[in-house]
Design a protein around this ligand. Sequence first.
Ligand SMILES: Cc1ncc(COP(=O)(O)O)c(C=O)c1O
Length: 451
Amino acid sequence: MRETNFLIENNARHLWHPMAHPAEMQASPPRIINAGEGVEIVDIHGKKVLDAVGGLWNVNLGYSCEPVKEAIRRQLDELPYYSTFRGTTNSPLIELSYELSEWFREDGLTRSFFTSGGSDSVETCLRLARQYHKLNGQPERTKFVALKKGYHGTHFGGASVNGNANFRRNYEPLLPGVFHLPAPYTYRNPFDTTDGAIIAKAIARLFEDEIAFQGADTIAALIMEPVLGAGGVIVPHETFMPLMREICDRHGILLIADEVITAFGRTGAWTGSRLFGVKPDFMSTAKAITNGYYPFGAVMIADKVAQVFESNRTAAGSIGHGYTYSGHPVGAAAAVATLKETRKQNVAANAKARGEELIAGLEALKARHELIGDVRGKGLMCALELVSDREKKSGAAKDIVQKVQDVTYDAGVMVRTSGANVILSPPLIVTAEDVTRILTALDAGLSAARG
Ligand SMILES: Cc1ncc(COP(=O)(O)O)c(C=O)c1O
């Protein structure tokens, strides 16, 4: 490794960072993170902070998960790569597909298709949804419906169903035939209410209206996150996802649950769909499937969909989709070890208990800091929405949000900001003491930003 000065001098000089302006990164280079241990990360200056971002919603078991590291090392020695395109497979992948069919059985999902990450998984769901309808004798079902504020990665299909202009405008035109419904967002919505149940019903009515307008027989799928993550941790009313499922069923529309964040315990349930008692037709997963240690994803497929593909005997049923790294043996080995640890440590239960403590603490901060307009969360995915004026709900200025992040970091905790939101998604193994540490550091950050 090159010396510290070299790294600092060359930081952001020769690369463009995702989700950032290259000029801004050059003017204000990102923090260099050099090490991780337990739930903490260490920067290049040796400063150790609690990682309340959990990598990027993915390092659920923390940075010292030895069984996952060991599985990766062992697999690298055994078979570092081989293709899974028609004709060959590998042993860890077969084991993983079995484990996943058990893991997601309660969600009605028993087949898997492997990818290199969340965007790939979303793309796979969208493509297979269209193919399903073609096989099922309804080739005109090609359109997609999605939620505003939804985040589904950045491939063209994913960006098209995305509900945030930041990920769309610079890349338009996107996929035609995509329609958006309002987000189930109690703090800001076009329905003039803060009642989640009323909002859920209002969105359901708009969905029905859009279906009638488009023609049900032209719509392939609705894609939604059970709890909207990157859009600002928007937790829908418990009736929302079941309502969406019921409407989809009535109109022959598939339901794609994008669980890239929520699939392995983050909400306090093993899946977001299960949290709301819904069985989706496809589920996109990635991130925590390998604890973030290896780029990997899995699309889970419902029996009903699988039957249509598996009973077909023509070329139309053949899957003309896949990636060089679909089913990568090292990723598969990492995932098998991660699932085992995830279950053994029962992190969903910890996410639920610690999440309740975190939300209670954030509400207490709201009572003391005018800067906080809204507190939201489920399990260990939480957000603070910062405002400059509570009455008017005007979003906090960029420099204020940055100040909260910087001072919180100085006080020993890394948090993520997105627009006016402070997003918290710590590893699911955090203790009650860790939660207190997060709240104390945030308190310092919020106090400093107030001036
Ligand atoms: C719900 C959801 N879908 C898809 C993605 C895209 O995943 P990736 O960044 O691994 O491509 C993300 C990433 O945060 C996500 O939160």
